[in-house]
Design a protein around this ligand. Structure first.
Ligand SMILES: Cc1ncc(COP(=O)(O)O)c(C=O)c1O
Length: 500
C-alpha cells in the first residue's frame, strides 16, 4: 500500500498545506510517484518512468545495501557527534582518501546549503576578508547567505546583488563571452576574475573566496575550459582568498574517470574547501565540508564551537559509507564513463540530424543538450525545451530543462543508468524532435530575437496546440509502456523553471 490518498486529493492537500513557492515537476500535469528502484520511478498506477533527473539517488533508488545498512544502524544507535563513534571517523577517513592530501578535515552537515554556508564562514574567518566572487547563473543553496551569492536566484526576485558579492562571467565556451573559437578561453575567463579582484581592491574591499561548481549544473551543464580553475586559484590566493569547489551536484564519480569533478582539470587543481551533498546519502540528508588543517585551525581560533545536531550522526555516516562501498563494488564510475560516452555519441548523431540541437556537452553521466532556434546565432529554444520535456514524460522519460534561458535539457540520472536506457532516451527524443521540427519548419525559421534574450518559438499557435494535445505519431513505438492518455496541455510551455 503506497497511497493514502487519491492523486487528486494529494494535490488538493498539497495546495492547502504546502507553501506555494514549493514547486512540483511538470506543474501542468504533476506526477505522483509512489515507489522507485534503480533508475526507475513508478507512479500510483504502476507506470514506469526512466529517471534522468535524480542525481541524488546516486547508486540507484532504494539500493538494497544502503537500505540494509541504514536499518541495521537505526536499530543500534543514532545520536549526535559529541559522543565518540567509529562511523563518523571512518567516514571522514574514507572521504579524505578520495581528495588531494591537504584536504583532510571534515565538518558534516545535513544539506548542500548548510555545507556552503559553513564554507563561507570558514573562508571569511581564515583571513578576516568578507567579499565573495561567484559565477553568473550560479546556484549554491537556499539559505539567506547563499541566495546572496546565487545570481540564479536573486535575479528572480526582489533581492539585489549585495556590495560584497562580485559576479564573474560563466566560463561557457558555447554561449558565453569567450567561445570555442577563442585561442585561450581558460585564461580569458580567469582574467575576468582578476579584473574583479583588482576593482575590488581599488575600492578597499578584500576577497574571502571564489566559489564555483566544478561544472555548473543549474547554469546549463557548463564544463569550464581546462586550466581555468588553476589560473583563478592563483589570482584568488594572491588576493588572500580561498577557492571553494561546490561538488554538491557533480561529485562522487559522476564524471566517470575522476571521483571529483575538479580533478578533471589535473592534479594541480586543488581547492581549499570542497562542499558535497546530494549523492552522498543516496537520498538520506548527508552533506559535508572538507578543508585544510590550516583553515580549520583558523576557524576554531575564534573560540566558537561548531555544533550540528544531526551532522555526522551514526546512521548518516553508515549510509554515506555504504554509498561509497556501492560506488566501488559496482564500478559505477566505470559505468558512468562507458554509458556516458555511448550516450554522448548517440546524441552527437542526433545533433547532426536535428537543427534544434545546438550543442551536446558533457562528461560521464552529466550531459546537457543546448537547444537553439538558430544554429549560427545560438538563439535559445526555450519554449521548445519545455515542450520536449513534457513530450518525453509522455514517453516515460523524465528530463528537466535549465540554464539561464531554460533551453538546456539536463541529463544526470542515477549512476546505474544503462546503455539500453541511453538508447531508449535518444530514440524517444529523436521522434519528438522530428515531429516538432516538421511543425515549426526549424531549418528555415527566420530569427529576429536578440541572442541573449530567452524568446518564444515562432511556431504557429495552432501547431503548438495540436502537438501538445496529440502526441507524436510514433507513440506506439514505446517498447516499455502503454500510453495512459496523459497529455501535456498548453500550460507546459509556460511552466516555471524548477531547480533540482
Ligand atoms: C550546486 C549546488 N550547491 C548547493 C545546493 C544546495 O543543496 P541542498 O538543496 O541540499 O541544500 C544545490 C542544490 O540544488 C546545488 O545544486
Amino acid at each position: 500500500m503506497c497511497e493514502l490518498y487519491s492523486k487528486q486529493d494529494t494535490l488538493a492537500l498539497r495546495r492547502k498545506h504546502i507553501g506555494p513557492s514549493c514547486k512540483v515537476f511538470f506543474a501542468a500535469d504533476p506526477l505522483k510517484i509512489v515507489r522507485a528502484q534503480r533508475q526507475y520511478l513508478f507512479d500510483e498506477k504502476g507506470e514506469q518512468y526512466l529517471d534522468c533527473i535524480n542525481n541524488v539517488a546516486h547508486v540507484g533508488h532504494c539500493h538494497p545495501e544502503v537500505v540494509r545498512v541504514a536499518l541495521k544502524q537505526m536499530e543500534v544507535l543514532n545520536t549526535n557527534s559529541r559522543f565518540l563513534h567509529d562511523n563518523i571517523v571512518e567516514y571522514a577517513k574514507r572521504l579524505s582518501a578520495t581528495l588531494p592530501e591537504k584536504l583532510s578535515v571534515c565538518y558534516f552537515t545535513n544539506s548542500g546549503s548548510e555545507a556552503n554556508d559553513l564554507a563561507l564562514r570558514l573562508a571569511r574567518q581564515f583571513r578576516g576578508h568578507q567579499d565573495v566572487i561567484t559565477l553568473d547563473h550560479a546556484y549554491h543553496g537556499h539559505l539567506s547567505s547563499l541566495i546572496e551569492i546565487s545570481p540564479y536566484k536573486y535575479g528572480q526576485g526582489t533581492d539585489v546583488k549585495k556590495e560584497f558579492v562580485h559576479v564573474a562571467p560563466t566560463p561557457d565556451t558555447y554561449r558565453g563571452k569567450y567561445r570555442e573559437d577563442h585561442a585561450d578561453p581558460a585564461s580569458a575567463y580567469a582574467d575576468e576574475v582578476k579584473k574583479i579582484i583588482d576593482e575590488a581592491h581599488k575600492s578597499g574591499r578584500k576577497i574571502a573566496a571564489f566559489i564555483a561548481e566544478s561544472m555548473q549544473s543549474c547554469g546549463g551543464q557548463i564544463i569550464p575550459p581546462a586550466g581555468y580553475f588553476q589560473k583563478v586559484t592563483e589570482y584568488v590566493h594572491k588576493a588572500g582568498g580561498v577557492f571553494i569547489a561546490d561538488e554538491v551536484q557533480v561529485g562522487f564519480g559522476r564524471v566517470g574517470k575522476h571521483f571529483w569533478s575538479f580533478q578533471m582539470h589535473g592534479e594541480d587543481c586543488v581547492p581549499d574547501i570542497v562542499t558535497m551533498g546530494k549523492p552522498m546519502g543516496n537520498g538520506h540528508p548527508v552533506a559535508c565540508v572538507v578543508t585544510t588543517k590550516e583553515i580549520a585551525e583558523a576557524f576554531s581560533s575564534s573560540g566558537m564551537e561548531y555544533f550540528n545536531t544531526y551532522g555526522g550522526n551514526p546512521v548518516s555516516s553508515a549510509i554515506g559509507l555504504a554509498v561509497l562501498d556501492v560506488i566501488e563494488n559496482e564500478d559505477l564510475q566505470g559505468n558512468a564513463t562507458r554509458v556516458g560516452s555511448y550516450l554522448i555519441e548517440l546524441l552527437n548523431k542526433q545533433k547532426a540530424k536535428h537543427p534544434l540541437i545546438g550543442d551536446v556537452r558533457g562528461i560521464g553521466l552529466f550531459i546537457g543538450i543546448d537547444l537553439v532556434k538558430d544554429q549560427q546565432r545560438r538563439t535559445p529554444a526555450t519554449a521548445e525545451a519545455q515542450h520536449i520535456i513534457y513530450k518525453m514524460k509522455e514517453k516515460r522519460v523524465l528530463l528537466s530543462a535549465d540554464g539561464p534561458h531554460r533551453n538546456v535539457l539536463k541529463i544526470k540520472p542515477p549512476m546505474c543508468f544503462t546503455e539500453e536506457d541511453a538508447k531508449f532516451l535518444v530514440d524517444q527524443l529523436d521522434g519528438i524532435l522530428t515531429v516538432l521540427e516538421e511543425a515549426i519548419g526549424a531549418k528555415t525559421e527566420s530569427v529576429t530575437d536578440s541572442e541573449d534574450t530567452p524568446c518564444r518559438t515562432k511556431m504557429p499557435r495552432e501547431a503548438h496546440l495540436e502537438l501538445l494535445s496529440e502526441g507524436s505519431p510514433d507513440q506506439k513505438a514505446n517498447p516499455r509502456q502503454k500510453r495512459n492518455g496523459l497529455c501535456a496541455d498548453k500550460h507546459s510551455l509556460l511552466s516555471k523553471r524548477l531547480k533540482t
